[in-house]
Design a protein around this ligand. Structure first.
Ligand code: FCB
Length: 453
């Protein structure tokens, strides 16, 4: 299974999950600082205060990337380092860090893929309503332009948002993520303003290649998990259709086609109304983009559930049951369904043929153990191998696939799960900050060298 010659191989991380140094060089507070320091929000009270200390160890970490022969590294920029209060003049010391990071990557012949928003909103903006406030979209575009001004001479690949569904619905819907608000109307407003921010920012990232990164998944009935040809009942098919609209089409239809699926407008109408969607917004959101970034971990499994109320993370999901998959799971409890990835990629390439696709996150948490300086993470290796085969299959089936990035380079702060969930291909001992390449990293190095499996 050999991939196209220009296929991009890499790994991904995010600022709050790895950097630490939360008070250094004028960085302002983010919603994740506030949230993680609020008792009861994160497992074991973990915070990103130190994380992988990447802020001080970035050179060594790039050394590891070089050892693995990564062609690309996707990282995110902490908005509160650049604009401590989310608006106004940039903080030169904050931008200087990313400037050095980019130079070091380029010197190692690794292409930087910059994500502008991976969830660490400046707390000052949250204090003014966060993503439920329309103004935040305009602040985001200004911030994106400031970063592009500084790095655009060397960075070609830009992502506006990471997983707006998660930012909106876990942040403002069920409150499992920062800022921890729980209101379906707020979540729907936040989703729209995130999209608006995406569209406004996308226009200001030229020259460059622009992508929107979504957490997408094939939505399947329990029977379809192991039998793609299973034919669902009419009621189950309707549940699948609606959840697909809420998860994926809510973001990609406006961004790529300039339209909202009716299911999203209906959910808004029942939860606070559609008044926040102003005339002309869809034109702004529908800015040209080059790529869709796909973060895939597991399928979304649903069936009809007459009478059930909407799940807090899913306004509009009345009468739907979120079901378990008949599949082995990772340490997160997420079902392992590799061919869900090819099913998803083929579908996205059919629904959004005018844009290319890149797998911007894929990976798994397992309970790793270090033995004599090695980590034999056979389960992660098998997960990655299985999913890469499906990327190859999707490409064979005609999907316009440009690359694959493992989540994650390093074990890191896994949001509400803290440090107990390890997704890295590189093990991090948080007490000593020692890095150890897991077996999966050594395997990935060989995959990259071979450009295939
Ligand atoms: C994704 C996030 C990423 C990481 C993985 C496991 O939703 O984008 O930061 O936490 O899940």
């Amino acid at each position: 299974m050999i991939f196209p010659e220009d296929f991009v191989w890499g790994a991904a991380t995010a600022s709050y999950q790895i950097e630490g140094a939360v008070k250094e060089d004028g960085r302002g507070q983010s919603i994740w600082d506030t949230f993680s320091h609020t008792p009861g929000k994160v497992v074991d009270g973990d915070t990103g205060d130190v994380a992988c200390d990447h802020y001080h160890r970035y050179k060594d970490d790039i050394g590891l990337m070089r050892e693995l022969r990564l062609g690309a590294y996707r990282f995110s920029i902490a908005w509160p380092r650049v604009q401590p209060d989310g608006a106004g003049p940039v903080n030169p010391r904050g931008l200087a860090f990313y400037d050095k990071l980019v130079d070091e990557l380029l010197a190692a012949q690794i292409s930087p893929y910059v994500t502008l928003y991976h969830w660490d909103l400046p707390q000052a903006l949250e204090d003014r309503g966060g993503w439920t406030n329309r103004d935040t979209a305009y602040r985001f575009a200004d911030y994106a332009a400031a970063v592009h001004d500084r790095l655009g001479d060397r960075v070609r690949n830009w992502a506006t948002l990471n997983e707006p569904w998660v930012a909106a619905y876990l942040g403002y819907g069920n409150g499992v993520h920062a800022p921890g608000r729980r209101d379906p109307a707020d979540a729907l407003r936040a989703a729209h303003h995130l999209l608006l921010g995406h569209g406004l920012a996308a226009r200001r990232l030229r020259p460059g290649s622009v992508m929107l990164v979504v957490n997408s998944a094939p939505v399947l009935t329990p029977a379809q998990v192991n039998d793609p040809s299973a034919v669902p009942s009419e009621a189950d098919a309707a549940a699948v259709h609606r959840i697909h609209a809420l998860l994926t089409r809510q973001f990609l239809d406006p961004a790529v086609h300039g339209t909202y699926p009716p299911e999203v407008l209906e959910a808004a109408a029942r939860n606070g109304g559609t008044g926040h969607i102003q005339d002309g917004d869809l034109v702004l959101i529908n800015a040209p983009i080059d790529l869709i970034g796909v973060n895939y971990y597991n399928p979304c499994v649903v069936e009809s559930g007459p009478g059930l109320p909407a799940d807090a993370a899913w306004p509009g999901s009345e009468d739907v049951r979120f079901a378990a998959a008949d599949a082995p799971t990772t340490a997160m409890g997420w079902p392992i369904v590799p061919d869900g990835l090819s099913r998803l990629l083929v579908r996205l390439s059919r629904d959004y043929p005018q844009v290319g696709l890149m797998v911007t996150e894929n990976g798994a948490a397992f309970d790793d153990v270090v033995e004599n300086g090695r980590v034999h993470d056979a389960d992660r290796l098998a997960y990655l191998d299985g999913h890469l085969r499906e990327v190859w299959r999707a490409a064979q089936a005609g999907a316009d696939l440009r690359g694959y990035l493992v989540w994650s380079l390093l074990d890191n702060f896994e949001w509400a799960e803290g440090y107990r969930r390890r997704f890295g291909i590189v093990h991090v001992d948080y007490a000593t900050q020692t890095r150890v390449l897991k077996d999966s990293a050594l395997w990935y190095r060989d995959v990259i060298a071979r450009n295939g499996l």
